[in-house]
Ligand binder design. Structure first.
Ligand SMILES: [Zn+2]
Length: 161
């Protein structure tokens, strides 16, 4: 399996974890990373993205185990994933996506105690971007800029649903 080169993730892995749960605190709202507020779940930018446009969808409720999500939370998380894909396709035109949930430390979960779904837009060749696309991809688009680009589309497409 090819590793995606994302140096800012290493800083995250090596750094000290903040106390408390990032999905339960207001820190991601204070940083203006949230893109959409649903009824039971919300969409936020990942502060440590694998690729530009890497989004996270989490229930408001602090649910540690995937199997403890209730049906309504599960449905809304899937609806918000579909909304995210629609917005990212329109704004960023990726060649593909990874959508998934990492469970437990062995499963690669960075925030192990609050279930969240990753929506990661992918571009052909992005696993090799350090060498092939160094000119354009080593410096990721600024998170604030990506947020600014995506937000109007979330507002627009969420209204149309
Ligand atoms: Zn939490």
């Amino acid at each position: 399996m090819k590793a995606i080169m994302a140096p800012w993730r290493m800083a995250y892995v090596m750094g000290k974890k903040a106390e408390g749960c990032i999905f339960c605190q207001d820190s991601i709202r204070d940083e203006c990373l949230v893109l959409h507020e649903g009824t039971r779940a919300f969409i936020t930018m990942n502060r440590y993205p694998y690729t530009n446009g890497h989004l996270l969808i989490a229930p408001y409720r602090h649910v540690a185990n995937f199997e403890d999500l209730d049906n309504e939370e599960g449905k809304e998380i899937f609806d918000l994933a579909a909304l995210s894909v629609r917005v990212l396709k329109e704004v960023m035109r990726p060649d593909g996506f990874n959508i998934g949930i990492n469970i437990g430390k062995a499963g690669g979960a960075g925030v192990g105690d609050h279930v969240h779904l990753h929506v990661v837009p992918r571009w052909s060749g992005d696993t090799n971007f350090m060498t092939i696309l160094a000119e354009t991809r080593v410096v990721p688009e600024d998170l604030g800029k990506t947020h600014e680009n995506l937000l109007p589309y979330f507002k627009k497409l969420a209204r149309e649903e």
